[in-house]
Design a protein around this ligand. Structure first.
Ligand SMILES: [Zn+2]
Length: 189
C-alpha cells in the first residue's frame, strides 16, 4: 500500500489542458463497467471545456473556468489558494499540482481528476466554506479537513479510476498516513 500511495502522489501532474479527447474516451469506456460510478462527488465528464485564465492573485495561479462562468471572485479565490497552499505540503505536492476551477452553476461538485491532474472547484469552496474560514476555529478546521479528504480522494484516482473498493482502500490509506501532518497544521493555525 505504501508503494501504491507513493505512486498515486507521484503521478499528480500539472495539466496542459490538451487532453480532452483522452478523458472522453475514458468516460466512454467506463459506461460499460459494472463498477459503481459516483457522479456528484467528483466527475470528469462535463469539465472538458475549461478555459485557463490568469495568473491571478498573490499565488499567481492559473485558474480555469467554464465558458458560461463569470470571472472567479477574488476574495474566495485568495482564501481557497491559501488553504490549498497549506494542504499541498502535507501530500508532498507543490501548489501548482492543484488546479482551481470556477464552475459557479455547479457548487455541489467538489472536484475531479483529469488524466492525473487534480481539479478543485472554487464554487464549492465559496458556497460551503468561505464564510466558515472567517468564523470560529472549529469552522476553520472543518474547511481544512474537508479539502484534505477531497484532495486525498482525487489523488487516489491517479491509480483507481472508478469509485470502487480499490479507490476506497487507497483513499483510506492516504488519509490515514497523512493525518498527523494535518493535525499539526490545524494545531498551528
Ligand atoms: Zn472521485
Amino acid at each position: 500500500m505504501d508503494n501504491l500511495m507513493a505512486d498515486a502522489i507521484e503521478r499528480c501532474t500539472s495539466d496542459s489542458s490538451s487532453s480532452n479527447m483522452e478523458v472522453r474516451q475514458n468516460e466512454e469506456d467506463s459506461k460499460g463497467g459494472k463498477k459503481q460510478r459516483d457522479v456528484k462527488y467528483c466527475s470528469g465528464l462535463q469539465q472538458t471545456d475549461l478555459k485557463p485564465c490568469g495568473p491571478i492573485g498573490k499565488h499567481q495561479l492559473t485558474v480555469f473556468k467554464t465558458p458560461n462562468s463569470k470571472e472567479p471572485p477574488t476574495g474566495p479565490l485568495e482564501a481557497f489558494a491559501d488553504v490549498l497552499s497549506q494542504l499541498a505540503p502535507i501530500f508532498n505536492l507543490e501548489l501548482e499540482k492543484f488546479h482551481i476551477f470556477w464552475q459557479h452553476d455547479d457548487d455541489e461538485l467538489m472536484g475531479f481528476n483529469r488524466t492525473n491532474a487534480i481539479y478543485l472547484n472554487l464554487a464549492h469552496f465559496e458556497k460551503k466554506h468561505y464564510a466558515k474560514l472567517l468564523g470560529s476555529d472549529h469552522g476553520k478546521a472543518e474547511v481544512y479537513i474537508a479539502w484534505y479528504f477531497i484532495i486525498a480522494h482525487e489523488i487516489a484516482h491517479n491509480i483507481a479510476f472508478f469509485h470502487d473498493e480499490d479507490h476506497e482502500l487507497l483513499l483510506t490509506w492516504i488519509a490515514q498516513n497523512r493525518l498527523t501532518h494535518l493535525m499539526n497544521l490545524l494545531s498551528a493555525e
